[in-house]
Design a protein around this ligand. Structure first.
Ligand code: KG4
Ligand code: ZN
Length: 407
């Protein structure tokens, strides 16, 4: 089954074309085309994602990304087939709110042939609602254009599936499903999420815990900003933290730079919840008290911050594993799962303490938001016979879409 997937829930605009086959346990996904545009630089001066800018950027970039993903996929019919008037009018109607997107799509449709695609998968939520709407309206316009069904996808299911696939060593454009036994626990750590999710099958999820205030990705981004590092803060902060890690005596090195230990919020609480706003505030006070930040103090604060959040994540992971029946698999997903130090510490935790639980981390490129994972989740929904929609059906964005549902 060939799926065109669209992701616009936050500040990545992404389109991919995947060819999926097999069952849930042995699925494989050939990536025929993949294009992604990160708006991060545009949002940098705001220190976070600015929703109306995200919406405008999605609208401006979707058609060029579509053109590039389709070209790469070589699935387009050689002859252009300009859409008939009623399709043109439907496309104008669904895209009338999206600035120039309708005109750009119609211009594109005049020039290119219909692709050999079976369905369109699009992120329904959760995420920034104005941003989600652009992707949804675009999916509806494409569904009119090519007469295809739409599969509305849960963004977090995409992150979970992205953690369980591996790159086929014989064909680096193909991802294959790992052998997963249920139940598993997944931890999604990103700019929008900090959640433990238990799955009893694909599609049946329970939320075990989450953040009570900031997400972990937000903490990285805000602390990075306090330290004068560029947005998105995760990669830049982690780079700086790595420089400070070799210090043998962390506390002594911190003290000589005037840096005090940071709190490990909720580390001892008997639940699977998190809280990250306290660490951010503690960094803010230290930065204020230190006045002019020396290079050494910045490095020490970055290392101390990463140490604090990783310790909390490890402790809560241990608790999550201890609370239920023996677990065969644990998944980590979301943008923060790209963090090298966190990955190393988790790998070492599982190697030494849970050798019988498989730890699954996303392949490179699948940690942060992308459309490949949305296509994969769309295929799984298709296998489960979950509702597919037509262009003229009611399809809405849901910024707070819950992952909990039981079959
Ligand atoms: O999953 P994602 O791309 O978008 C959301 O769904 O939110 O996650 C983005 C978040 C940002 O907060 C970013 O700073 C963080 O992931 N991130 C990292 C790293 N790479 C991205 N955090 C820590 N270390 C990294 N290497
Ligand atoms: Zn995400």
């Amino acid at each position: 089954m060939r799926i065109l997937a669209i992701e616009t829930s936050c500040d990545e605009t992404a389109i991919s074309v995947i060819e999926a086959s097999g069952t849930e346990s042995d699925a494989s996904f050939l990536v025929r085309g993949n294009s992604l545009y990160s708006q991060a630089k545009k949002h940098a001066s705001f220190g976070g994602v600015y929703p109306s800018l995200a919406k405008r950027e999605h609208a401006a970039n979707l058609v060029p990304l579509l053109a590039s993903a389709l070209r790469e996929s070589r699935l387009q019919h050689a002859e252009a087939s300009p859409p008939p008037p009623h399709v043109v009018s439907n496309i104008r109607t669904v895209l009338y709110r999206e600035d120039e997107l309708g005109g750009a799509l119609l211009g594109f449709a005049e020039k290119v042939g219909t692709p050999a695609i079976d369905a369109i998968a699009v992120t329904k939520g959760p995420g920034l609602e104005p941003a989600l709407w652009v992707g949804i309206n675009f999916a509806r316009a494409l569904a009119y254009l090519w007469g295809l069904p739409i599969i509305p996808v849960h963004h977090l299911e995409g992150h979970l599936i992205a953690s369980t696939v591996y790159v086929d060593p014989k064909d680096t454009r193909t991802y294959r499903m790992s052998d997963i036994a249920f139940p598993f626990i997944g931890l999604v750590l990103s700019g929008g999420h900090t959640e433990f999710i238990k799955a009893t099958s694909w599609g049946s999820y329970t939320l075990l815990g989450g953040t009570r205030d900031d997400s972990i990705g937000e903490a990285f981004d805000k602390v990075a900003r306090l330290l004068g590092l560029p947005y998105p803060g995760g990669p830049s902060l982690s780079h700086l933290a790595a420089k400070g890690r070799p210090a043998l005596h962390r506390r002594t090195a911190n003290a000589s730079a005037g840096v005090k230990p940071l709190p490990r919020p909720m580390i001892a609480s008997n639940d699977l919840d998190f809280s990250f706003s306290g660490i951010k505030t503690a960094v803010r006070y230290q930065v204020r008290d230190l006045g002019e930040l020396s290079e050494e103090a910045r490095t020490r604060l970055a290392t101390e911050f990463e140490e604090a959040v990783v310790e909390v994540v490890l402790k809560k992971t241990t608790r999550a594993i201890a609370t239920g029946e023996p677990l065969k698999h644990f998944l980590l997903g979301g943008g923060v799962s790209a963090n090298t130090y966190l990955r190393e510490r988790l790998e070492s935790l599982f190697r030494t303490q849970y050798p019988n639980t498989g730890l699954h981390l996303p392949a490179p490129g699948l940690s942060t938001d992308n459309a490949i994972m949305i296509g994969m989740a769309g295929y799984f929904m298709h296998l489960r016979n979950e509702q597919t929609l037509q262009a003229n059906d009611d399809l809405t964005a849901d910024g707070n879409l819950s992952i909990e549902k039981t079959k």
